[in-house]
Design a protein around this ligand. Sequence first.
Ligand code: KIV
Ligand code: ZN
Length: 525
Amino acid sequence: MTTTSKQDRVLIFDTTLRDGEQSPGATMSHNEKLEIAAMLDEMGVDIIEAGFPIASEGDFEAVSDIAKASKNSVICGLARANFKDIDRCWEAVKHAAQPRIHTFIGTSPLHRDITALSMDAMADQIHETVSHARNLTDNVQWSPMDAIRTEHDYLCRVVEIAIKAGATTINIPDTVGYTIPRESADIIRMLLERVPGADEVVFATHCHNDLGMATANALAAVEAGARQIECTINGLGERAGNTALEEVVMALKVRHDVMPYDTGIDTTKIMGISRRVSQVSGFPVQFNKAIVGKNAFAHESGIHQDGMLKNKETFEIMRPQDIGLAGTSLPLGKHSGRAALRAKLEDMGYPMADNQLKDVFVRFKDLADRKKEVFDDDLIALLRDAGAADQNERIKVKFLRVICGTEAPQSADLTLEVDGVDKQITCQGDGPVDATFKAIKEIFPTTARLQLYQVHAVTEGTDAQATVSVRLEEDGKIVTGQSSDTDTVVASAKAYVNAMNRLLVRREKSAPDSDVKTVKYTDTV
Ligand code: KIV
Ligand code: ZN
């Protein structure tokens, strides 16, 4: 039996699939969005912001399919302050058992300048659009974008209008990550004190992390009376990202003594979804990231290890098991069989159907032949590559041999399979990776620009797998490809090709599809 009263309960609103997916390069496929939504629903997220339906056909379909498949979570879609956006949003979310429309407009002086709306005209527009949304559903969220930089009197005025027009949740965004904890709390407190009807609605906090204070700002808002936190898995999101779900949820759990608020999140699901979001978005999790970083539970120094052996609480404020990390994990090797692999993957939060396991097992055996011990992180990298192969990639790396050493030039002999046809070429370059990338571009010419090339070792040792991330940009579209291999040059070639395949998918959808970034927030008509 739960003893949580409305006052103690903080709703978790996840916007990984909207604000998170908007982050340049973090685009997810339709199926990936559905999979992440199912995981969020399963872990107890109260509200899932599934996308921005007017932004593209793809976004619309993703939101409506997520709405249809939803079980317990409220499914929310984003809409600017105009009837067309709101109607489109409703068409997508209405399939959910519990739909929500989230409509917003930029209220700060800077935003009013851009939209060329006077204070009065904007107030009228807020009244009309929120009323319109409320005629479609009784679950309406309204956000004054850039609330933190909006004049306090005007903020109180527009919040009151939105409440009178029928908004049930008022979200206070720190759109540019500018606020500090004290101010974040003061604004919520001010609204609760000054706005008539404020006690009838839920106040939400939506913080960006530009100054690294998103988690602190969100928790300060809760202490002042906000009862909904907007956040994303791994803190994914525009620029420096949003408040990280795992951070606020674990902070509320671990420091329940001083912040006596509950969430409905099953925290043991945190690690699994963090890994999956990192895989599908192509955004690696920083090693020392709070809660979900690779080092978050690693104790390296002698003093720490000694303390840990005597009493874990010396240096550990939460247990790895609380976030779904198995305590100690024994590596697999080339003698491990299918059953051991299945059990290990299940343990890591990746249950496999027989047909999936078949492919993963072949890849595992291949890796185990080249690498003495296969660690959890190796398996995660391997699952990502298996997932990429599932997506019917048009270009595949068939063969690669590089000649490198102290004598220039280095060269790459490469065969790519393009739409089922093998194409071979040998290219020289400034190092083996440069030669390989030149060969790829020679076979498959592209105007895409390499924005980022990043390598890190997945595990330790000279036989460690390297994970390579490649970010490409073409006509404003940004995609990230990733791959892992014990050979860094092979991983680089596969990551580049993976990014190319993602670009091709986006090109195909490109015409009317485009994406959220082409729909300007400030474009309110
Ligand atoms: O950061 C922001 O202001 C937003 C709004 C659309 C809520 O994401
Ligand atoms: Zn935002």
